[in-house]
Ligand binder design. Structure first.
Ligand SMILES: [Zn+2]
Length: 335
């Protein structure tokens, strides 16, 4: 039996994590071997579309000669969250992973291809990020989650899942880490991201699955869905370069001015229906009682001034000005 396979089996039997770089000479994704010191793109087939098109996840692996950690940079779990896709795509295009000193990078620009081409968060009506760990016999979303859980996560030591804001909802660049997950917090601080928000992982999410597998995975949010945002993309690329430098995988200099850490975040909703005017910018510090915006009624001169219920930082806001009572308007991070 091949030595590496024997070691892999021993590790699996002992229940240890499989760290490619520390114990094996090659990793295997979807039955394809990737030897240490080589780069390869592996296409994982997921399903066949009604058109007969084969749906795949394209996984780009970059491996150095020297042992080191294996890191995952993934985008497009939500198909319309294109800043995440663009961050990983640009990182590959700019050759960020081309000359690794040690370790391995697994880069996946787009997990949810069907959502991406349909300008949709979900895939075939289901949210992949609520479908983990997935199942071989499940829906398309469940099949995608199953492949990530079984073909990718076992090799990963830590990672960043790149997302974007929601439909017409802008997010200031931020990393979300699970409360009490010290490894994830250390990872987020090493990344140099401006804001870190402690938020518990959602059940059946990618982050939750990684946590269950003892792999620190942080979630990046930046910009608004279906809109490219240069600032959010630049911050995402900075995170990638900083993490590679911090863990000694590249010789780049760290650009880290420190992060602000917030214990929680709260949404504020519209008190009435009408046209919403935003009077602050994402990233602004705000005081309790400070005016954040107003909602104007269409057929009268009545307006509702909206004051902050919290002292903190504006980390996200609605961009669509047409609102009905109860719509989410402001997302405030609180220390
Ligand atoms: Zn998302």
């Amino acid at each position: 039996m091949d030595t590496s396979i024997k070691m892999l089996l021993l590790e699996l039997l002992s229940g240890d994590n499989v760290f490619f770089d520390y114990k094996l000479d090659s990793m295997e994704i979807n039955g394809e071997k990737i030897k240490k010191g080589t780069n390869k793109c592996v296409q994982i087939p997921i399903s066949t579309l009604p058109s007969g098109t084969i749906l795949t996840i394209d996984v780009h692996v970059f491996s150095a000669d020297e042992k080191g950690p294996t890191v995952l940079f993934a985008g497009g779990l939500h198909g319309d969250e294109i800043n995440g896709v663009e961050i990983v795509r640009q990182a590959i295009e700019k050759n960020c992973f081309g000359n690794l000193k040690k370790g391995t990078v697994i880069a996946i620009p787009l997990i949810n291809t069907l959502g991406f081409i349909n300008y949709a968060r979900e895939t075939s009506g289901k949210d992949v990020n609520r479908s983990f760990p997935g199942s071989k016999a499940g829906s398309l979303a469940s099949l995608i989650a199953y492949k990530i859980t079984n073909e990718i996560l076992p090799w990963v030591d830590f990672g960043v899942d790149f997302h974007t804001g929601g439909a017409s909802l802008y997010n200031y660049p931020q990393l979300r880490v699970t409360k009490e997950d010290e490894d994830a917090l250390a990872l987020a601080k090493a990344s140099g991201v401006p804001l870190i928000i402690k938020k518990n992982a959602i059940v059946k999410s990618h982050r939750k699955q990684a946590l269950l597998n003892n792999k620190p995975l942080v979630v990046y949010e930046g910009g608004e869905s279906l809109r490219l945002d240069d600032f959010s993309i630049a911050e995402g690329l900075k995170i990638i370069n900083n993490l590679l430098a911090y863990y000694g995988m590249k010789e780049d200099k760290l650009i880290n001015e420190g992060s602000e850490v917030f214990a929680e975040s709260k949404w504020m909703r519209s008190p009435s229906s009408g046209v919403f005017l935003l009077l602050k910018k994402a990233g602004d510090n705000i005081e309790r009682g400070e005016v954040l915006g107003e909602v104007n009624q269409i057929n009268s001169s009545k307006k509702e001034i909206i004051r902050s219920k919290y002292k903190g930082k504006l980390i996200g806001h609605r961009n669509n000005p047409v609102v009905v009572k109860g719509d989410a308007l402001f997302h405030v991070a609180i220390k």
